[in-house]
Design a binder for this molecule. Structure first.
Ligand code: NAP
Length: 333
């Protein structure tokens, strides 16, 4: 058994490049007392990783130069020095961009009797879906018929946020990049409408898609799209500020123009980080699993193959060159 790792070679300036990473062999770690050795089967690629590559202060520590990139993965227990797990168990946790990882047992979650392929535990039954659930939960009740707008609607978080909004009785309107993604958001995910932000006249198209204005904005992208959404908010509307992916590779932040809308519409804006709400995870996972089993929660994945493909797939994910949840299959490594 030989381990391989993707390390942070240098901090990106602006857009991430493959040369910001280095792939190196490493020994398979020896689990210490209370730890569990896991062979990862799928690695999750998520926008937050871009923030961890940067020097800027954030809610979580940055990855040190030469360190393994942070990341969630799902895999199989090979060796356990904890009574909580046994060899053969399927688990998920922050195992990093590598083939084998050893973690304290309390940092791993057991996947008991899987109800979906393992990769789904990184997306529609994992952290991104929980993020969608928590973000909407923090907004309080949705009155049936209210309009919820979701940006990055075809992505891992957005795809679930819109489906939950609909199940809570709202009208879900997505924003996504390109006609193909918009068709997927409407036809496969069941949103009521979807606006292609790459088409010009975003404000006009968004206005037509939300004739009664916006009651809740589930904000994933920030920048000019968020600015356009602000102008269409209703009085006493709410914003779940989940992410700002359009800004993560920018050296200069976009200067917002429509902040006045927050005041005149008495808007409630709440930034949140899903890991601050671990007490809600069991409830979120229970409801997501029930919907999943009932066939009410749809999902799509883009799968890259092999650890070496992770840097390229990560950059493609940030650029929007994928649909649904981006994972890397590590089985064949
Ligand atoms: N607060 C939390 O705890 C938490 C947890 C998880 C994720 N998040 C945030 O949630 C957001 C979505 O994450 P995800 O995992 O679901 O990623 P994702 O949506 O699956 O992938 C990112 C997508 O963002 C869109 N995008 C990229 N650059 C853009 C730009 N300049 N303008 C508009 N759209 C752009 C692209 O889709 P298009 O092709 O549609 O442009 C891209 O595929 C991110 O901001 C992430 O940081 C927050």
């Amino acid at each position: 058994m030989e381990n391989r790792q993707v390390l942070l070679a240098q901090r990106p300036a602006g857009w991430v490049r493959e040369s910001d990473f280095r792939i190196a062999p490493a020994p398979v770690p020896e689990p210490a007392d209370g730890e569990v050795l896991v062979r990862s089967r799928y690695l999750s690629l998520d926008p937050y990783m871009r923030m961890r590559m940067s020097d800027e202060p954030s809610y979580a520590p940055k990855v040190a130069l030469g360190e393994v990139m942070v990341g969630g993965a799902v895999g199989e227990v090979l060796q356990s020095r904890s009574s909580a797990f046994k060899p053969g168990d399927c688990v998920t946790g922050p195992l990093g961009w590598q083939l084998y990882g050893a973690l304290p047992a309390q940092r791993l979650r057991l996947i008991e009797s899987p109800i979906a392929p393992l990769s789904a535990y990184l997306g529609v039954l994992g952290m991104p879906a929980i993020t969608a659930w928590v973000g909407l939960d923090l907004m309080g009740p949705i009155v049936p018929g209210q309009t919820v707008v979701v940006s990055a609607a075809s992505g891992a978080v957005g795809s679930v946020a819109g489906q939950i909004a609909r199940m809570r009785g709202a009208r879900a309107v997505g924003i996504a990049g390109g006609q193909q993604k918009c068709e997927h958001v409407i036809s496969d995910l069941g949103f009521d409408a979807c606006v292609d932000y790459k088409d010009s006249h975003l404000a006009a198209h968004l206005g037509a898609a939300v004739p009664s204005g916006i009651d809740i904005d589930f904000e994933n992208v920030g920048g000019p799209i968020f600015d356009t959404v602000l102008a269409a908010l209703n009085p006493f509307s709410r914003i779940a500020l989940c992410g700002q992916v359009s800004q993560y590779n920018q050296t200069e932040p976009y200067a917002m123009r429509n902040l006045r809308s927050l005041l005149v519409n008495r808007v409630q804006l709440r930034g949140f980080i899903v890991s601050d709400h671990v007490q809600l995870w069991p409830q979120a996972l229970a409801e997501l699993s029930t919907w999943f089993v009932a066939g009410k929660l749809r999902y799509r994945e883009t799968v890259a193959h092999g650890l070496d493909s992770a840097p390229g797939a990560f950059i493609a994910m940030l650029r929007g060159d994928k649909i649904g949840k981006q994972v890397v299959k590590l089985d064949d490594d």
